[in-house]
Ligand binder design. Structure first.
Ligand SMILES: Nc1ncnc2c1ncn2[C@@H]1O[C@H](COP(=O)(O)OP(=O)(O)OP(=O)(O)O)[C@@H](O)[C@H]1O
Ligand SMILES: [Mg+2]
Length: 272
């Protein structure tokens, strides 16, 4: 199936192993399938291999063994540039990504670079800043903005490329509660538009509240993979990955409430 456009929709990682040139093995046999419209949070302690995994989705890294296919296309034969229409990638640090002197230019850069016509670029920019809720920043200079807002600009600049797959590395870093909620709404909007959203996060409340699926990684492997309720019902796996469940889930466990408590409704139901 390598090379040509297959009929298979989705991203498939099959037994992916990745060794950095210095000999560090960052992924040890990772197999994951992500379908259209799925919202997936990747969690796990520092060094678990989350960013290495994410960089495999758009071909920035190629597996040392095993394979990654995006809509049936094997990334091994492709450059990251040629996968850019399929997979958008927002870096952990927005300053690795921002280099224009105005937010509107920054957000337009991606779609323009994909060769889209000017009127389409304009529509995509407007749509992207609405999705990310930063319409008010269009005329600003990215470097006059704080880290949290620069991060939102970096996200909008990738959303504007209108790719079916979007990968966000630590989107909530530096965001206050309203910023995090903004990102939660973005994930929901992109998911209901049929896009697959994968976000790496250390924020378990964000993962539990806004994603349908959570993948827990430890030492280059997938430890747990399921709905927030399934994943946060496995304290031993979470402990192995040094992941603390959301506060409410911990409270529920301490109170011996039996079921996995993820929101106030769960709590009220289990107390009644
Ligand atoms: N460029 C690199 N060269 C060599 N080793 C690397 C490189 N980047 C990451 N590593 C190593 O690979 C392993 C996985 O790193 P990775 O950045 O994928 O983890 P992560 O889960 O994203 O961590 P964090 O939560 O800190 O961002 C770690 O042992 C890390 O030190
Ligand atoms: Mg990382």
């Amino acid at each position: 199936m390598s090379g040509g456009t297959g009929t298979q929709v989705g991203i498939v990682l099959d037994n992916v192993r990745y060794e950095y040139p210095n000999g560090v093995v960052a992924l040890r046999g990772v197999s994951i399938t992500m379908g259209k419209g799925e919202t997936v949070a990747i969690v796990g302690e520092n060094g678990a291999g989350k960013t290495t995994l994410a960089k495999h989705l758009n071909g920035l890294l190629k597996p040392t063994s095993g394979s990654v296919t995006v809509d049936g296309i094997d990334t091994r034969g492709r450059t990251a540039a040629s996968l850019a229409r399929l997979v958008g990638f927002v870096f952990q640090n927005p300053d690795d990504q921002l280099f224009q002197n105005q937010v509107s230019r920054e957000v337009a850069f991606g779609p323009r670079n994909l060769g889209y016509a000017a009127d389409r670029v304009e529509k995509l920019v407007r749509w992207a800043v609405e999705q990310v809720e930063i319409t008010d920043l269009l005329a600003r200079h990215p470097y006059d903005l704080g880290l949290a807002q620069r991060k939102l600009v970096a996200i909008a600049s990738v959303v504007a490329m209108d790719t079916p797959y979007i990968v966000l590395d630590e989107p909530t870093t530096g965001q206050d509660y309203p910023g995090t909620e903004k990102l939660g709404r973005l994930v929901a909007r992109l998911g209901s538009a049929g896009k697959t959203v994968m976000a790496i996060t250390h924020d378990m409340e964000f993962a539990a509240e806004h994603f349908a699926r959570i993948i827990v990684m430890a030492q280059g492997q997938v430890i747990l993979d399921g709905s927030p309720r399934e994943v946060f019902s496995h304290p031993s796996g979470l402990e192995r990955a040094s992941v603390e469940p959301p506060q409410l889930a911990r409270l529920g466990q301490l109170m011996g409430l039996g079921e996995c408590i993820l929101n106030e409704e769960d709590l009220l139901r289990s107390l009644c």
